[in-house]
Design a protein around this ligand. Structure first.
Ligand code: KIV
Ligand code: ZN
Length: 512
């Protein structure tokens, strides 16, 4: 069995998904879960891109010790310096440097000749090697690069000090046979190839990211890059949960395994989906709601007689449990705390009393609290502290079939002032959002609104996701409450607060 390293880029390439903006504590929460999942490397961000990215990469690299933390840099000295500042406190500081190599990128983006691209790449790797013990180098758009040039530059960056060579299919263009052939070509034409690890990085524009990654493994790659739920630029990246399970279920074929704890997959997928607001499609392999549902009579009959007739993966393998324990209003603090631990929710002791009080208050109104409810409220409560510029104090919405819906809202503003407004709308959500817009400085355009129930039942919690444009920034926000209107107001304010936070903590994102 070959051991394949998992390089997770959910927090970097994944965060490049349209409309996704993770804040500091959300990134930390995801990183801790990735550590539990057993990935080998976490790409925490792009330190030179913004103050916010820098701070997150630094914090993750200083705190996450169960796996290696890396950050991205262009082949530019100032990017490398910034990355070093962010990563130097890590166990084994690792840098990921990239430069585009394809003719189209050289001509239109970099405006550099082949020789200049080699010189830029080599100088950057040499400079970085004076600081970082491990350097990964990526040939952006490698799959549309002339193979002799790719082999030449790879040899040069290895000589300059790169330890891992990544071959990204940046635009999701390649097919499995062609991708495998690139690895074979490099093996034959790069004299120093035996000194480095080879890595895959596949995008899913043609729906081939997983097949291409597997082809890379079969042709010598010992590291694979991807994201949880396959999120990422455009159509996304290779989904790591699919990859790990494919290698596990078909070990007879691939003869390769990962260090991933497969039982943590469902929890990781649901956390990433919650915090990014990117819903997992019901039919998505491994983590979709229907991935283990047998609908047709023939299939159900077969599964009842013998599961393996139609089931190649058991839901338990990836952490789904059908006996989620229920807590209620009579549950004590001890049971509450135990359950949080079992669910892998990291709650510092000093926060337990506050969270237990919130749990009790909700349990009074809601018959029973499932694991999903618990995970949702704990997450919201522990992650909402960072950016509370506008805070909801109260809302009142009047709605009747023959009345004009009217909302009244009271907020606490950025300087602790009380803001109160009222407004109408064609429906209750519009009335509420018109009122909130009146409370906040500037114009706000709502771009998307989605509501989901957490768990089942009439008294289920409501989780609302919004996407909006405010102060020339597009961002998402989420809100959780038992009432849909309250959840809607919270989601809207969460997005507005995120924009204010980003404005305060961000210099313009650079990525070219
Ligand atoms: O897709 C890509 O080429 C990338 C690189 C920065 C590795 O994400
Ligand atoms: Zn990418």
């Amino acid at each position: 069995m070959r051991r394949i390293k998992i390089f997770d880029t959910t927090l970097r390439d994944g965060e490049q998904s349209a409309g996704v903006n993770l804040n500091h504590s959300e990134k930390l929460e995801i990183a801790r879960q990735l550590e539990r999942l057993g990935v080998d490397i976490i790409e925490a961000g792009f330190p030179a891109a913004s103050k916010g990215d820098f701070a997150s990469v630094k914090e993750l690299s200083d705190t996450i010790k169960g796996c290696s933390v890396t950050g991205l840099a262009r082949a530019v000295i100032s990017d490398i310096d910034r990355a070093w500042e962010a990563l130097k406190g890590g166990e084994e500081p690792r840098l990921h440097i990239f430069i585009a190599t394809s003719p189209i990128h050289r001509k239109y983006k970099l405006k550099q000749t082949k020789e200049e691209v080699i010189e830029t790449a080599v100088n950057a790797v040499k400079y970085a090697a004076e600081r970082f013990p491990v350097i990964q180098w990526s040939a952006e758009d490698a799959c549309r690069t002339e193979l002799p040039f790719l082999a030449e530059i790879v040899e040069e960056v290895i000589a300059a000090g790169a330890k891992v060579i990544n071959i990204p299919d940046t635009v999701g263009y390649i097919t499995p046979e062609e991708y495998g052939a690139i690895f074979q070509y490099l093996h034959r034409n790069v004299p120093s190839i035996g000194k480095v690890e080879l890595s895959t990085h596949c995008h899913d524009d043609l729906g081939l990211a997983i097949s291409n990654t597997l082809a890379g493994i079969q042709n010598g790659a010992s590291q694979v890059e991807g994201t949880i739920n396959g999120i990422g630029e455009r159509a996304g990246n290779a989904a790591l949960e699919e990859l790990a399970v494919a290698l596990h279920i078909r070990k007879d074929h691939f003869q390769a395994s990962t260090g991933m704890n497969l039982k943590e997959i469902s929890r990781t997928s649901s956390l990433v989906s919650k915090l990014t607001g990117l819903t997992v499609p019901a039919n998505k392999a491994i983590v979709g709601r229907n991935a283990f549902a047998h609908e047709s009579g023939i299939h159900q009959d077969g599964v009842l007689k013998e599961k393996t007739t139609y089931e190649i993966i058991s839901p338990e393998l990836v952490g789904y449990r059908n006996n989620s324990m229920v807590l209620g209003k009579h549950s004590g603090r001890h049971a509450f705390k135990n359950r949080l631990n079992e669910l892998g929710l990291n709650v510092p002791d000093e926060d337990i009393s506050r969270l237990f009080a919130i749990f009790k208050e909700l349990a009074d109104r809601k018959k029973e609290m499932t694991d999903e409810d618990l995970a949702a409220i704990i997450l919201e409560e522990s992650l909402s502290k960072e950016q509370q510029f506008y805070e909801l104090s109260s809302i009142q919405v009047q709605y009747g079939t023959n009345q004009v819906p009217t909302a009244t809202v009271t907020l606490t503003g950025c300087i602790n002032q009380v803001i109160q407004e009222a407004s109408t709308g064609a429906g209750s959500i519009e009335a509420l959002y018109n009122t909130l817009e009146k409370c906040i400085d500037g114009t706000i355009n709502l771009l998307d609104y989605r509501i989901q129930s957490v768990g089942a039942g009439r008294d289920a919690l409501a989780q609302v996701y919004v996407k909006l444009r405010y102060a020339e920034m597009e961002t998402s926000g989420r809100g959780l409450a038992q009432d849909v209107l309250e959840a809607s107001a919270k989601a809207y304010l969460n997005a507005v607060n995120r924009v204010i936070y980003m404005k305060e903590n961000t210099t313009a994102k650079v990525y070219q």
